[in-house]
Design a protein around this ligand. Structure first.
Ligand code: IVH
Length: 673
């Protein structure tokens, strides 16, 4: 029994040491953080339960990094330690209780609460206010000299400003690659066929550990400080929070989310807020940090082997987990797009169990170097669809190549892929049941023909039962054919037939939209209707004519022409018109005479007197363009309640701004004319 515990401990130590090298030395982890944390946790528990096997050299007591030989070494006069972790409110409560017991005080200490940035710890040594040396944490005692690289980071001051800067001060903080910059970097790397970084932290670490600082200079890194190390000939406040504010005065960057709070409730509220808002931050965070604010109390509490007793990290649930790719299925979409879908061994990540994830297209499979049987990383950030982000070099099963099909898995038509498109498509058009289903669903959808009671399930049933082949067949359905369908019944069947009658009175714009022409969304359908006025005129339009329409470019024009060239589409349109679909004639607008022609408006904030869509329509009816973003070309911004960044941008650019009352007056003034 004990022998096997010892074996497990030794095995875990060996694995963790290996993973430390991959993570810290090569910036290229081969397991997810969550898996690593579990191994460390398991090792610590085993060592605590079996102290006879605990040894000081166990990786559970170490900070993690080792020093690369290629940089000169820097000894940290004050070791750069790590933080303990809590993962739940119970563990947090234990942490606070331990503190209170040790402090033996009846009053709750104040906590400085901070985001836990997911980057790379750095020490900046300033002498007489001048950046003298920058070093990585390394193993906590000895780091690497990365001064030449750190000097290329734009928000790190080379000289501290202010009169009371200490003679020697070591600033500690985190170097990160902001998320937007990370995404752009990876997109460009993909285009160039280069390797992507697994996550912003590896990107930051990899960028900082360049021997050629010209490379680092090209990587958009940022630094935020969270503490002070060495201090000589200087006086600092007795509060950690106030010390950070002082650093800010000297020109050092702080994150915007640092606060003071107290007690478990204060910390938990902060944690919850940060968890919910982590996606709005420019940098990746993997938790929060709580630090006893009073420096005297910090000194009283001191350290345990690798971390301070006066602080802890509170980690967020993992957004990344590893699992196995069991298979790849190929789905056929409305436009025939073939989407490979990863079938995964179910894994709990970001709060839900994931068993499928889109792989987007063939290029993505190649980029990931994916094979069936591979161990992969699944990432699910809050509100973001799950993604397979990378493969891990774990060879635990026989892997099998993924064969992209040449024939449509639904209708057996050939799959085509145009040279400049990433997407492969089934060439079967409405012959393909998958495309038929999707086309019919789209036709019925709220923004198109708005047919109540015709959701995905009913459409699937109707197509599978061969009751309909095209949207036009919907109008030949009889109540008797519907009642017996699964979960239908007489009442629903009748309602559906009535909805089909009601929808026949529509608008040309909605009808154009309902045809499901590729790249023709609501705005384009509206522009097409207003430009051509009749369906016949649109059907006959050539590319040149289509390019005259607002917001129609080469691609949209190509798809419109292609759509109306297909005889099967024309047949469906004729049948729909035969069924009685109609719309009011659109009167040709004297475009130039509309009062707001040539003017661009932007709506922002909350409107209380009218819906935003109604305001947009009213402005468009007067000839204005309504855009989603403010630029120098904007003529006026309508700012409703709680308007944010668009309003500030308009102010910056000196663009006229009106409030909702101003808009109401403006619209009324044109009505009066
Ligand atoms: S304080 C002695 N504050 O997390 C206390 N660390 O897991 C030292 N980190 O090595 C750290 N954000 O790289 C502190 N607001 C924050 C932090 C933070 C990120 C990193 C840092 C540290 C690691 C510990």
């Amino acid at each position: 029994m004990t022998n096997s515990v010892k074996d497990t401990i030794l095995k875990l130590r060996e694995q963790i040491t290996l993973h430390n090298i991959h993570y810290h030395t090569h910036d290229s982890p081969i397991i997810t953080d969550a898996e690593y944390d579990r191994k460390i946790q398991q090792l610590r528990e085993l060592e605590q339960q079996n102290p006879q096997f605990d040894t000081p050299d166990s990786p559970s007591h170490k900070v993690g990094g080792t020093v690369l030989d290629t940089f000169s070494k820097v000894k940290h006069e004050i070791p750069m330690l790590s933080l303990g972790n809590v993962f739940s409110s119970e563990e947090l409560s234990d942490f606070i209780e331990r503190l209170n017991n040790r402090l033996n005080s009846t009053t709750e200490p104040l906590f400085c609460v901070e985001p836990k940035l997911d980057g790379l710890a750095i020490s900046l040594l300033y002498q007489q206010g001048i950046l003298f040396r920058a070093a990585t944490r390394g193993d906590g005692n000895v780091g690497e000299d990365v001064t030449h690289n750190v000097k290329t980071i734009r928000n790190i001051p080379h000289i501290l400003k202010g009169d009371n800067v200490p003679d020697t001060i070591e600033i500690r903080g985190e170097v990160v690659m902001p998320i937007a910059a990370f995404n752009t970097y990876n997109e460009k790397a993909t285009q160039k066929g280069e390797k992507n970084f697994a996550n912003p932290r590896n990107a930051a670490a990899g960028s900082l550990r360049q021997l050629d600082s010209k490379i680092t200079a090209k990587r958009p890194l940022a630094f935020y400080c969270y503490g002070i190390g060495l201090l000589k000939k200087g006086i600092l406040p007795n509060s950690h929070y106030q010390r950070l504010q002082l650093l800010k005065q000297w020109g050092l960057p702080l994150t915007n989310e640092i606060e003071i709070t107290t007690g478990i409730k204060g910390c938990m509220d902060y944690y919850q807020f940060m968890l919910e808002n982590r996606n709005t931050l420019p940098y990746e965070i993997d938790g929060t940090v709580y630090k006893v604010d009073d420096i005297a109390l910090q000194q009283q509490l001191g350290f345990i082997s690798r971390a301070p007793r006066w602080a802890t990290a509170h980690k967020f649930p993992a957004q990344e987990e590893q699992t196995v790719l069991l298979n790849v299925e190929f789905q056929v979409g409305r436009t025939g797009a073939i989407t490979p879908v990863a079938i995964l061994e179910p894994v709990f990540v970001g709060g839900v169990t994931i068993s499928r994830a889109s792989l987007h297209n063939q290029d993505e499979i190649e980029r990931l170097g994916l094979k069936i049987g591979d161990t992969v990383v699944v990432r699910r950030a809050a509100d973001v669809i799950p993604q397979v982000t990378r493969t891990l070099p774990v060879k635990n099963r026989q892997s099998k190549a993924i064969i992209f099909p040449v024939l449509c898995p639904v209708c057996n038509s050939e799959i085509e892929r145009f040279e400049d498109e990433a997407v492969a498509r089934c060439s079967g058009g409405l012959y393909c049941a998958a495309q038929r289903k999707e086309a019919i669903q789209y036709f019925c959808s709220r923004k198109a023909m708005n047919i109540d009671g015709l959701g995905e399930k009913v459409v699937d049933l109707l197509v599978d039962e061969n009751l309909i082949n095209t949207p036009a067949d919907l109008f030949n359905l009889k109540t008797e054919q519907l009642v017996d369908l699964e979960r239908m019944g007489p009442k629903k069947a009748e309602n559906l037939i009535q909805a089909l009658i009601n929808c026949k009175q529509t608008t040309l714009a909605k009808f154009i939209l309902s045809l499901g022409i590729r790249e023709v969304g609501e705005a384009t359908a509206k522009n097409l209707a207003e430009f051509f006025l009749t369906l016949d005129a649109l059907k006959q339009a050539d590319t040149e004519k289509l390019l005259e329409v607002d917001d129609v470019g080469e691609i949209v024009a190509k798809h419109v022409v292609y759509f109306f060239r297909q005889t099967h589409n024309l047949k469906v349109i004729d049948a729909l018109l035969q069924a009685g679909i109609q719309w009011p004639t659109i009167a040709a607008k004297e475009k130039q005479s509309l009062p707001l022609v040539g003017k661009t408006y932007v709506l922002t904030g909350t409107l209380t007197q009218m819906k935003r869509a109604a305001a947009k329509e009213a402005l468009q009816a007067l000839g204005a363009k309504v855009s989603g973003s403010v630029s120098a070309k904007t003529d006026c911004v309508v700012a409703g309640e709680s308007a944010g960044s668009k309003l500030s941008k308009a102010q910056e650019l000196n663009i006229p701004i009106i409030d909702e009352d101003g808009l109401v007056d403006l619209l009324a003034s044109f009505k009066a004319h």
